[in-house]
Write a protein that binds this ligand. Sequence first.
Ligand SMILES: C[S@@+](CC[C@H](N)C(=O)[O-])C[C@H]1O[C@@H](n2cnc3c(N)ncnc32)[C@H](O)[C@@H]1O
Length: 436
Amino acid sequence: MCQLEVLAQAVSTQAQTLSRSWHEGKDHALSSCDSRRTTIPPLDPQGEEARNQLLAALRTLEQLVLGPKDTMQSFYYRTAEAGVIQALCQLQVPRHVPLYGSISYADLSKKVGVSEDRLKHLIRIAAVCSNFLAETEDGLVKHSDNSLIWQLDPLAATGMEVMLDHLPSSSFKLGEVCTQDPMDEKQEVCGFSLARQQPLYLYLETHPAEGRSFAAHMRAQAAQYGDSAIQACYDWSRLKEKTIVDCGGSFGSVAAAIVRKEPTIKCIVQDLPKVVDSAIKATAQDSSFPHDSISFQAHSFLETQPVVADVYLFRMVFHNWSDAGARRILQALRPALRPGARVVCVEYVMPPIGTAPSYAELATRRLDNVMYTLMKGKVRELSEFKDLFESVEPDLVFASFKQGQLRATHDPRCHSVLEWVYKPASVQGESEAHSS
Ligand SMILES: C[S@@+](CC[C@H](N)C(=O)[O-])C[C@H]1O[C@@H](n2cnc3c(N)ncnc32)[C@H](O)[C@@H]1O
């Protein structure tokens, strides 16, 4: 059998397994007005693995069928097609198309102030190329599975709009970034800042509506699977009676998940002053928030850490920072470290090239690209994490690594956990002397 047939057969086998798992639950209809589902239904482990394998096989199959020249063309065509979806969103088109039923081009044209002819072209491009919006048999505009998100999950839709507005244009600055900062020494020189003349966080501050949408979308993404992903990723019972500083802990949802699992833990959530202000206001109204166990503190992790604690937690922080920035964060932590203190990172970790299933590596390399483009961040391999910590504080001894799930599409279950313990050489020397 040739590669084409082998792949096609793999697709068929995996599709059968996926279909079995998919149809086991009652609620299996994909995004539709009736199911109100914008994600695939929960699958059993076999179904999950079949989905991963299927996505990888379909991608290889498509490239094989296209051949190299048409594959390369499809890359820039798709970028241009993302531009069409961005334009339709900017014009608020998907919000004017009703959840049920349809709208005429004439009415849509009046609502968004663009000619019927131009709308027809744009919507037909989006519908045919990206399954975004659709036409009824009578030539009216209705939602497709993909555009339904704009009606069913406005928070996700707004987050996607922010990404569509900025990610493609920022990514086309990467060459310039590498020319201006060839050694990755300047955190502020990144695709986003070259495209928008200011870094992402300042841009979001000066565009408050976008800032609020972006932050809410990010929080919703991080909170997928509720408390369970964070509670399962580490044995929090090992930290009974301990104090954790959650560095860059945002609105305290991670801290809340931890103390709900292990109520003897005390947590201090640190973040930038504006975030802490909003977090205090938001949690004050939330009677389910474990106020007795969690306090908030405004502190930049680029400044000397003021709290001596048992554990310093960094969840989804380091991937936002270049090595130079990450070293600053660790340097600022050093003065607070006491023997036995732990540093725990909950992060996406890049598998060394070619070692993980291709679907998992693809998803993680995509994330690496997004982080570098938007923030000069980096998704690190385990060895890169170890080198980073070693370069700043060799007495932080690497203690453990727990691999997150390998999946074709990322969610908090994919987070790995890395742990270091502070064992200063002098203390290590003393304990060795006592034991001999
Ligand atoms: C990707 S979010 C992760 C939030 C949270 N740890 C979680 O896992 O959901 C990064 C967080 O770092 C915070 N942050 C950025 N710069 C910071 C700084 N210099 N000092 C403290 N926090 C900072 C942001 O406000 C944001 O809450």
